[in-house]
Design a protein around this ligand. Sequence first.
Ligand code: ADP
Length: 643
Amino acid sequence: MNQVSRPTDIPWERLGGLVGFICVVAFVFWQSAQWTWKQELERLEQQTQNELQLHMTALRGKLEKHEYLAQLLTTKEDLSLYLRPDTSSDDLQQLNLTLDSYRVISGVSDIYLMDADGWTVSASNWWRPDSFIGQNFSFRPYFQMAMAGEKGRFFGLGTTSGARGYYFSYPVYIADQVVGTLVVKIEIHAIEEPWRDPRGELLVTDADGVVFISSRPEWRLSTLTALSETELDAISDSLRYAGRVLRPLPITERQQLTPQAQRLTIRMRNEQTQEYLMLSQSMPEADWDVHMIKNLDQVRVQAIQVSLLAAAGVILLGLIWLYFHQRRRGQAEKVAWQAEAHRALQQAHDELESRVAARTADLSASNQRLLQEIQQHEQTESALRKTQRELIQTAKLAVLGQLSASINHELNQPLAALRSYAENARTFIARNKPETADSNLEQILQLTERMAEISAQLKMFSRKSGEQLVPVSVQAAAEYAMRLYAGPLAQQNVRVLLDFPEEEVFVLADMVRLEQVLVNLLSNALHALKSTPQPCLRIHAYYEHQPEKDWVVIQVWDTGPGIPSHQLDEIFDPFFTSKEPGQGLGLGLSISSRIATELNGELRAANHSGFILDAKMTPPGAVFSLYLPASYPDKCESGPSYE
Ligand code: ADP
């Protein structure tokens, strides 16, 4: 039995599969995101590292170029001359111009000369209102370093300009004694300018982590980490940043990826956070750390794209698997369905076969029974036929019995005459009267012919009928019957009217059977006329044309007592007779009616009120009408053939 799933059933199996598939997709998404993130991060790190190297090389080149400028100027010009107390203002002015021309040529910000106490005696910016001339920068480390006979380097905010600057100093000697310092200052924004790189941010921090150079202005003079109060005080004391407040960069999250690389989350001005990869490298000659910062948005987008692609791939694979799975399942179901259908068909076929077999058995039994019944019917029919034939024969014998008296009379009369003519002939021969004897012999001959004729008629009466229906002359049949009853008719003084058409009338029948019917009808008529004062007989034949068939009606009219109306149907029943016992069997009309039917016709009985005979109306009586199909042998190629 097939299990029918109810609508309330939860398909746990499918639900589990779906949840599992979603987990796999999520896992693949997550894993590919992680992998891509890692890969992209490494790639970005590598790329950033390369860029950072490039930037550092460029920065180094710029710093070194200007470092040599200070040394070069001290060796090229005898600057000690301008540091003497007796140096005229014109000479200093001359030096101012010279320094300014060097400044212009080298592209630096300022070049100025300081005496041993840190006072600026000459400067390239002599013409500006905020000129360095007359200002003391002895607090600057670069001054102190140069006075110590070393190359000095320093970066910080300018005390007068407030601009970020990088300072290179070189000592000015008189003999071995340092008498002053030449300072070359470059402005940081001149270095920053070419750093503007849309692909990332560049930061330079000092040893305290203060962002000194940055391509992003708002980050300048911030600290990479939050500094302690002591550290901040120390920076403030150094006047490097001219007392500016140093705030830490708004880094909300920090993750050290490698010794050089960090992942930072920085809150931006618009309060949104931004993720960055920061690569750092120290630049010891400047006491700096250089940092390259890259936005991680692209990496994230890439990771999401790849993981989405991977998840889509998995979903696609899942769908393909589902498609093939469903297809295989569909095919399996189809095969199962076909098998089921085949099984159902086979079962139906078997059932049908068994039903057919049962029905066939029933039919065979019925058939057998029918065959038996048919056999029985055939036996009955043959018995009936036999009985019928016997009855017909009996009827014939009955008619023969009736005829026997008249035949007896017919034959006795000629026999007596024969004897008489024979005796006479012998007498006349004895008397030698041969002519008279011959006349008697002639009479004897005629009588024997007459007797032979009667005998022949009896022979005809006993012959058997043929099966085939042929055109039969009505007049011939009637004449035969009349000849058969010629004796009784004459004996009973019956007046006979033969009422036939002028031309011979033919019916499609069998001669013997037609004669038999007419003989029966005549026999009955003669019997009916026995007690009649005016016995009349009429045999009438005529055509009756009907739409479907042409009939010939042969009627036998008598002037007997007629048939009581209530007996008009009964008289055709077998063994119905009104005759005295021993005189009739009651079979004549029954057989005649049957013969009429066999000849495709009909026999009817009626009473009539008389017919015209010799211009007079006869008394009433009975009339029997035999309807038979008309035949027109003249119209056929082969004419009628009958005895
Ligand atoms: P049967 O002559 O042996 O009686 P039928 O079958 O020939 O048998 O006739 C049946 C009956 O029909 C007769 O007994 C008679 O009563 C009636 N019948 C037949 N022919 C005539 C007739 N021409 N006139 C009056 N009655 C007749």
